[in-house]
Design a protein around this ligand. Structure first.
Ligand code: FES
Length: 144
């Protein structure tokens, strides 16, 4: 199938390298939060685990470490892998501003038929950011 071929005709050297040696794979056992998204069309699925640096109450969370588990195509694995490297050290606001194009560009671009695959990394970060906002809002209400 076009695009599932790992050939350098379809994928950049960076994408192939990240697919073959994905970074930060697995679960962070003491993660502060995790997020999971599935592409309903193809069934590709990613789960990301986040741990944050210690912050004072009211300070913005900064990502100390992030890892992932994925079941999916080479583009999903490669963009998730590079996403974990790009996200470390960012605040959640900065992390939420990264888009699928940023992840796709970071792996040297994706074949046309695989452009959509990088959306999973963007979607999981946005899901986690939204859940954190909700959690913060609930704890503000609880303490007022
Ligand atoms: Fe659907 Fe990769 S083939 S996300």
């Amino acid at each position: 199938m076009s695009g599932n071929n790992l050939s350098s005709q379809y994928y950049s050297a960076i994408a192939i390298e990240h697919f073959e040696n994905p970074r930060n794979v697995g679960e962070i056992v003491d993660a502060d939060i995790e997020g999971q998204v599935v592409n309903p069309v193809c069934g590709d699925e990613v789960k990301f685990f986040f741990r944050f640096e210690k912050t004072e109450v009211g300070q913005e969370r900064v990502i100390e470490s992030v890892s992932f588990q994925a079941s999916g195509c080479p583009a999903t694995i490669a963009t998730s892998s590079i996403a974990t490297e790009m996200l470390r050290g960012l605040s959640m606001t900065e992390a939420s501003q990264l888009t699928r194009s940023d992840y796709a560009e970071a792996v040297g671009g994706l074949p046309k038929s695989k452009q959509h695959c990088s959306v999973l990394a963007e979607a999981v970060v946005k899901q986690v950011a939204a859940n954190l906002r909700f959690k913060d809002e609930l704890s503000r209400k609880d303490s007022s």
